[in-house]
Design a protein around this ligand. Structure first.
Ligand code: 4FV
Length: 246
């Protein structure tokens, strides 16, 4: 998969491909992340990318010409891409959207700054994505969030099992995790996790996921499709509740 990022702060964005799982994926050739400096697509000596808003008002607007030059360059050098603008007006990024984007051959993410981008650049944009209902100083952090979330769905980047156990993967929040030491500050690791009984461990983890999702994200719980393990887990949870209530 190829991901292109267009920004006026390339040094800020490039760290996304220099650490952890994503750096490994780039190393293994599973993912190419190209970063383009929008100022390289200006023609004036001051490399100006912003200008005053028509109609007045606060702040500055990003000029269309550098983006038009960038897309001319990109199409002739890299071909067609699925173009994403990160903005508060976009559809909300979630696991389903991340999985959908991971199926694309090539995506380009353009990062806004200032008050926004000249509306005529939207002729190149296939999708607007927001990471949340708050206003950031720039689209770079959302672009990096998208790269991180999407890369996990590229086969070979993370263990498939890990993705399957992800929160939200099956509309359930993740179960608690424990590692050594067996006890700290009087808090012990749940016995079942050191029992070696994988059926019991799987049931315990599903019960914990169901409990947490019902309590913290009933909205997601409502979308969860129940399987055999869920039914067993709910019966066991209910029995515990009844026993505790007695
Ligand atoms: C944003 C968000 C976001 C708006 C103006 C960049 C800023 C500035 N992008 N999800 N929330 N973008 O706040 O994606 O240009």
């Amino acid at each position: 998969m190829r991901i292109g990022i267009v920004t006026i702060f390339p040094d800020f964005v490039k760290v996304v491909r220099e650490y952890g799982v994503i750096a490994q994926a780039v190393e293994n050739g599973l993912l190419h992340i190209d970063i383009f400096n929008l100022r390289d697509f200006t023609t004036d000596k001051h490399k100006v990318v912003d200008d005053y808003p028509y109609g007045g008002g606060p702040g500055m607007v990003m000029k269309p010409e550098p983006f038009f030059r960038f897309f001319e360059f990109f199409q002739s050098n890299y071909g067609k891409a699925y173009v994403i603008l990160t903005s508060p007006q976009g559809r909300r990024l979630d696991n389903k959207v991340a999985m959908e984007l991971a199926s694309k051959e090539q995506i380009v993410i353009i990062c806004g700054r200032y008050e926004g981008i000249d509306e005529r650049v939207m002729k190149f944009v296939d999708d607007e994505i927001s990471i949340g209902d708050y206003v950031l100083t720039g689209g770079e952090l959302p672009a990096m969030v998208i790269v991180d979330a999407v890369s996990r769905f590229i086969p070979g980047v993370v263990e498939e099992e890990s993705v399957k156990n992800d929160s939200f993967y099956n509309n359930l929040l993740d179960h608690p995790h424990y590692t050594r030491p067996r006890e700290i500050d009087g808090m012990a690791v749940p016995e079942v996790l050191i029992s070696g009984n994988h059926e019991e461990i799987e049931l315990w983890r599903r019960k914990e996921s169901l409990k947490k999702t019902m309590l913290k994200r009933p909205d997601i719980f409502m979308k969860h499709e129940f399987d055999e393990l869920d039914k067993k887990a709910l019966i066991s949870l209910f029995r515990e509740l009844i026993k505790d209530a007695r």
